[in-house]
Ligand binder design. Structure first.
Ligand SMILES: Nc1ncnc2c1ncn2[C@@H]1O[C@H](COP(=O)(O)OP(=O)(O)OP(=O)(O)O)[C@@H](O)[C@H]1O
Ligand SMILES: [Mg+2]
Length: 378
């Protein structure tokens, strides 16, 4: 019964978007991990020209290379890794989300990924030897093993996304070990690319440890107003395909151009924030803006007054907190546990949890989090 009610409710909400000639809210999936393909949504920016040049020339020469994609949270790093996998169809791309906080954890993730590709021999003694090397922190030997496993393919791209999860929590000693691991892996590779994505702070830390490896770097910058228009219109078009054959409609409808520019301004040129504003603005306009009227900047400013800061997203946080309370009750939980519940990247989960700490709803418990004064919050 409960399920039927919520399904009915979801249907009704989605029907509301028909007045904008949209099948549903086009901005409901914001995390690029949640998108099945990014190519149809992609808008080329300056970073993409550099990225395409570096990747294409390295792959075409059959050479080896290391590349960093650096950008703030939500700037489009995972989006770029997915795009490369979609464009480099014939090249095996091994994507690894670094949702671990130790080098041992990263090495395990790489082996898991290699195993999925059927590159790993399952002979018991070899597995035992690897496990012993992990236990004894013998990472340089493991790097050689990984390089030779990956070299079984003609060419490969190893993608390490959100490497900041490892870098920002590591001690000097651990960073030195990570650097030795990367040096050995790179030196033993004959061909292939290692692409790492991270936030600028993590890159600055890592940079001082990997000086001897020649690498390239592409910075994903803020988006311009024109790019913001294209990002929104691509998603809007995909939700109205086939519905507007006989009508000529502005590609940004129901947003006015100035509304998009204003949204991009308050989002500070960050694509994830822009998409969040677009999602919320469209959701709130379903009930309050009259059919046929475009959504102007005045509606945006009424919904999200500048004085309220980022309070707009409050309702999202309330739901998150309720889920955390139901799931973990009184016990402490890690960012990784929470990220699995919300199916969000670690960085985005951390942002949510830190926000709840600021609101005094959660407290930090070492590296973990816990609901504040649990009994009072029920
Ligand atoms: N050039 C672009 N064209 C179309 N969509 C984009 C572009 N850049 C970013 N996006 C969209 O912005 C959103 C955020 O991007 P993404 O998740 O890749 O950011 P991120 O840098 O990996 O964030 P985090 O640091 O939190 O991992 C995604 O929905 C992505 O598809
Ligand atoms: Mg990401």
């Amino acid at each position: 019964m409960l399920m039927m009610n919520s399904a009915r409710k979801a249907g009704i909400t989605e029907l509301g978007y028909l007045k904008w000639l949209l099948r549903k809210n086009p901005f409901s999936s914001i995390s690029s991990e949640a998108l099945s393909k990014v190519l149809p949504l992609h808008v080329d920016t300056e970073a993409d020209k550099n990225l395409a040049g570096i990747v294409r020339s390295t792959v075409e020469r059959g050479a080896k290379g290391m590349l960093f994609i650096v950008g703030e949270f939500g700037s489009g790093k995972t989006h770029r890794l997915k795009l490369i996998s979609e464009l480099a169809e014939k090249t095996p791309c091994y994507y690894i989300k670094v949702d671990v906080e130790s080098l041992g954890g990263l090495v395990r993730r790489i082996y898991e990924r290699i195993e999925e590709e059927g590159l790993l021999s399952k002979i018991g003694t070899a597995l035992k030897l690897r496990e012993e090397r992990i236990i004894h922190d013998n990472y340089e030997d493991l790097a050689e093993d990984i390089a030779s496993l990956l070299s079984q393919k003609e060419y490969f791209i190893l993608m390490l996304d959100e490497i900041e999860n490892l870098v920002q929590r590591s001690s000097r000693r651990e960073l030195e070990r990570l650097s030795l691991f990367l040096h050995r892996l790179y030196s033993r590779m004959e061909k292939g690319m290692i692409i790492m994505a991270c936030v600028p702070r993590a890159f600055n830390i890592l940079n001082s440890y990997i000086r001897d490896i020649p690498y390239s770097k592409v910075v994903v910058k803020r988006i311009s107003n024109e790019e913001a228009e294209l990002i929104l219109s691509r998603r809007l078009q995909l939700c109205r395909e086939g519905m507007t054959r006989r009508i000529s409609l502005d590609s940004l409808y129901p947003f006015k151009r100035e509304t998009v520019h204003k949204m991009n301004e308050i989002a500070e040129g960050n694509p994830r924030k822009l998409l969040r504003y677009a999602r919320m603005l469209l959701a709130s306009s379903v009930a309050s803006v009259l059919e046929g009227n475009a959504i102007g900047p005045e509606f945006l400013l009424k919904e999200f007054p500048p004085t309220k800061g980022s309070d707009h997203i409050k309702s999202d946080y309330d739901g998150v907190f309720k889920t955390i309370k139901n799931k973990f009750g009184e016990r402490s939980f890690s960012i990784i546990e929470a990220s699995k519940i919300f199916n969000l990247p670690i960085t985005e989960t951390k942002e949510l949890l830190e926000r709840l700490v600021e609101e005094n709803k959660l407290v930090r418990d070492g590296l973990k989090y816990k609901v504040v004064a649990y009994s009072h919050n029920l």
